[in-house]
Ligand binder design. Sequence first.
Ligand SMILES: NC(=O)c1ccc[n+]([C@@H]2O[C@H](COP(=O)([O-])OP(=O)(O)OC[C@H]3O[C@@H](n4cnc5c(N)ncnc54)[C@H](O)[C@@H]3O)[C@@H](O)[C@H]2O)c1
Length: 384
Amino acid sequence: MNIIYGIKIGFIGLGKLGMPCAEAIRKKGFDVAGYDIAHKSSDLVEIRDSIEDVCRDRDIVFVATPTPHEEGYDGREPTSHLPVKDFNYDAVKKVLTKCNKHMGVTQSLVLISTVLPGTIRRELAPLVTNVKLLYNPYLIAMGTVAEDMINPEMIMIGTKKGVYKTAYKAQQLEAFYNQFCDNFPRVEFGTWEEIEAMKIFYNTFISNKIALVNMIQDVAQKLGNMDVDKVTQALAKSTKRIVSPAYMKAGMGDGGACHPRDNIALRWLAKDLDLGYDMFESIMTAREQQAESMAKAILEHGNSVWFSSDSYKPGTQLVDGSYSLLLQHYVRKHGGTLANGIDTPVEVIVRVHESDHFTCDENTIIFDPWRSYPKAENVIYYGK
Ligand SMILES: NC(=O)c1ccc[n+]([C@@H]2O[C@H](COP(=O)([O-])OP(=O)(O)OC[C@H]3O[C@@H](n4cnc5c(N)ncnc54)[C@H](O)[C@@H]3O)[C@@H](O)[C@H]2O)c1
């Protein structure tokens, strides 16, 4: 098979992910050499004897070594009662340390293995001092590894600073994927943390969706007179809100006359139908805990707080299920006072809706959960 492209690729870790990826890259006409601690063979990829051997002449070295969970933590048995555990990063650390020893500034070291947000900066980057470290996780399903790789939904590339303009190695990796993939994929750049989060929350979003449709199945089973597929297919066709970018901006929590109370009522139904679990308890606990955390963050900037609106919807006076009111509850609980700006001076303004406008002097803090108010000394972006 001819080599078409000049760029030389290395792969460390030729397992369920690494080998099919390395072979797919070779099939597309790249020069690919790899190494695995366990003896591996391939008709396509040149197998070398050590990490040093792979690193010596490669432009890009991908690392796809395992990040295993503790025994009993793969989800085949109940885990919610067990202590929480991170993945194990020993193999990745070992490999990155060795690659760093044998690589230099002209090369790129690209980690594919799945890690939790925060891991790279905290535990892995300190091991990589001689070469640029990029994070490039894959959204790949077992059984369709090669196809998913050639036609990815997106390519995610994380760097230390997440600034595209000066990230030449990230640009080189993007150019590689534009040559390698069939579909000219969407490329998402970011900091290591942003890319770690994109990867892991992509997966957990899917878990949430599945848990929700499976609950509809439980309800159909227990309630009767109901075909789960009829319900899920109707929802699947509802592309306006459910399967769309809608609600994909973090800020104030869910509010209104329907959403919170629907979740609360479903808690009752989960109990009444004896489903044995209560997803909605978790959703509502999360909503309340998120409000309490935001209230505490607000109070770090002053005790006397004015909310730009009580309503749950911009341009209305509607306060049903209002997240602003929930937040005000927690502000009071933690010692804050609700100011009106007339007989009580305002130290902090909370921008409840992204469309809310107000004027204030520069000594008043503007607390912005939407991170879009014009930046100034007194403007605090929450979540950034
Ligand atoms: N399998 C997938 O579809 C998939 C998809 C996305 C992400 N991932 C992530 O990719 C990583 C690898 O997953 P996998 O399924 O390929 O695991 P795997 O266990 O099948 O393969 C890992 C390979 O790394 C090798 N290895 C271990 N230590 C090594 C070392 N020190 N030097 C060289 N090789 C070494 C192992 O021998 C093994 O062949 C994991 O973090 C996983 O979460 C996997």
